[in-house]
Design a protein around this ligand. Structure first.
Ligand code: NAD
Length: 253
């Protein structure tokens, strides 16, 4: 059961929501009785998500890096629910590679999906929100957009770009639109599980003040709070949810 009464019936689009943080967020907004439409580019994962959460309004095949597919996706949203109140722009990918081995094709692909995709979805959403002079846009950035993390130069650059896009949009469209960038730290999702061995995870956990990864549901709870009318004065921020990871040097003892 949800806890934010004002989210009931709200029209929410969540991208990259067939898995991980996006999926947990979709589940959470369904619990809040919102009308939730998810975008993903993986049809099999979308089918699975819809089977697991039958109360989702729809699951649409959209590659967020394609201007045509994003436009068509939002037109479908118009047809299904007549507009949008909250965008959670979350789809993203990462590849772990030393800087000198990153091919230009990889750099471009990461930036196209992680940053251009957020631009394309935000533009479609804000055009619609402008008509009603009300809305909330939340981006999934990362702590990697706040500080350097070796072996992820392209990813880090994309996430830093998202943070400045969020701040700029918050200024351009205040006071009727709120825009924030959520910056998760290590979160236990398929993205993490495919890139990290258990040994690496144990080492990472030892370096996090809370000594563990976040659960995707914890990030989802933060999105629900930020989308609700309990956060009316929070805008233009990069908000870390990272177990204290970016608070300073963590020395046990
Ligand atoms: P995930 O791989 O579990 O889920 C990502 C989803 O996005 C997948 O369903 C995938 O199919 C979809 N997707 C990828 N590219 C897409 C595209 N072009 N169009 C549409 N859908 C696409 O990953 P996750 O860990 O849940 O990551 C979600 C977001 O959170 C990403 O933006 C990621 O950078 C960010 N993030 C993750 C962590 C972490 O530790 N897991 C930490 C900080 C930030």
């Amino acid at each position: 059961m949800g806890i934010y009464q004002d989210l009931k019936g709200k029209r929410i689009v969540i991208t990259g929501a067939a898995s991980g943080i996006g999926f947990a967020t979709a589940q959470r907004f369904v619990e809040e009785e919102a009308q939730v439409i998810i975008f993903d580019w993986n049809q099999g994962a979308l089918d699975q998500a819809l089977a697991l959460v039958p109360d989702l309004k729809a699951g649409l095949m959209v590659d967020v890096s394609s201007p045509e597919q994003v436009q068509a996706g939002f037109e479908q949203v118009d047809e299904l629910v007549g507009g949008i109140d909250v965008l959670i722009s979350n789809a993203g990918i990462s590849v772990r590679k030393p800087f000198l081995e990153i091919e230009y094709a990889q750099w471009s692909r990461i930036l196209r999906i992680n940053l251009d995709g957020m631009f394309l979805c935000a533009q479609q959403a804000i055009r619609r929100m402008k008509k009603q002079r009300e809305g909330v846009v939340l981006f999934t950035a990362s702590v990697n957009g706040l500080e350097g993390h070796p072996l992820y130069t392209d990813y880090n650059a994309s996430k830093a770009g998202i943070i400045l896009m969020a701040k700029t949009l918050a200024l351009e469209f205040a006071p009727w639109l709120r825009v924030n960038a959520v910056c998760p730290g290590y979160t236990l999702t398929p993205m993490q599980k495919t890139e990290y061995t258990q040994e690496m995870m144990d080492a990472v956990n030892a370096d996090i003040p809370m000594n563990r990864h976040a659960a995707p549901e914890e990030i989802a709870a933060f999105f629900a709070f930020l989308a609700s009318n309990q956060a009316p004065y929070i805008t233009g921020q990069a908000l870390a949810i990272d177990g204290g990871g970016t608070s300073g040097q963590y020395l046990k003892g």
